[in-house]
Each structure stands twice: as structure tokens, then as C-alpha cells.
Design a protein. Sequence first.
Length: 134
Amino acid sequence: MGYLAFILITLALLVGFFAITWYETHRGARFFSAPRARLDRQVEQVEFILTHVDLSAFLRAETRRIGARIAHDGAHLSLQAVRATERFLTRVVRRLRTQRSVEGPPRESSREFVKVLSDFKGHLDATRPEVPEI
């Protein structure tokens, strides 16, 4: 029964198409003329493109362009990853260098050295003759 319904619907649509076509040819008017004219223009544009454009060359060029873009983006992402790793390792090394304590000579000896140096500098200032300003 379902098949019969589909066949009857198809026949009714076919008869309706022929009736509308007959009516339009005898009256000289079209139903929905503006949307049909727009659809006709779009179909003509698609037909023009399909007959005049070399689709294989277009697809080849687009495939190359997309491949180059993917390669560029991959290289850019890998460069960003390398730079992020470099910054991380630089921070780790800097932190490790600042945490290491440097063992120097005892403070008393450095104070004694600074005291001797200050005395020598004072002695130089006292014994040096004055230089006139020009």
C-alpha cells in the first residue's frame, strides 16, 4: 500500500508540472517569476564555471596553498615550543646559579684588607701635592 501512495504522489506531481507548464505557455505569464529568474541566473553561472574553469588545476593550486599553510603553521608552532622551552630552562639555570652560595675568604680578613687600603688611601691623599685647576 505504501508503494502505491508514492507512485500516486509522483504521478500527481508530474501531472501538476505539465498543467502549470501548459498554463504558463498559453497565458504568457510565469508563476514566481522573480525567484525563478534568480535561480536561472545562478544555474547559468554554475554552468559557466563548470565549462570554463580548469578544476584540476584549481584543486592542485589550492592543495599546494593549503599544504604550504599547514607547513608554515607547524614550523611556527614548533618554534614557539622551542622558545618556551628555552625560556623555562633559562629561568631554571638562573635560579640554580643564584641559589648556590659562594664560599669566600673569612670576613675578618677582608675587613682587615679594607682597613689597610683605607689607611693607604688616606696616606696618599695627605702626601700628594695639590693640582691647580685650569
